[in-house]
Design a protein. Structure first.
Length: 80
């Protein structure tokens, strides 16, 4: 009897990235300088550090960005 339970493993995206590099699109504009990115192939998430370099988006960074978004939106709201 054959095993038919083998699920297709979603490695295609990751393999693509290994060979061709990540394909990031912007998922959120935090500020003019901070953005969040996601790779459309492997779902890897990145953000910017204070120097503008792309770094991995950790839950910690996500929380910081969340704070920044709230802060900037409130400030913008007060100004306009
Ligand atoms: Zn990728």
């Amino acid at each position: 009897m054959k095993e038919s339970k083998t699920k297709p493993i979603p490695v295609v995206g990751k393999m693509w990235c290994v060979f061709f590099g990540h394909r990031f699109y912007t998922t959120r504009n935090v500020t003019n300088h901070f953005k969040e990115y996601k790779c459309s192939h492997c779902q890897l998430e990145l953000t910017n550090d204070e120097k503008g370099h792309k770094i991995f988006l950790t839950p910690e960074h996500k929380a910081i960005n969340e704070t920044l978004v709230n802060f900037y939106q409130r400030r913008h709201h007060l100004v306009s």
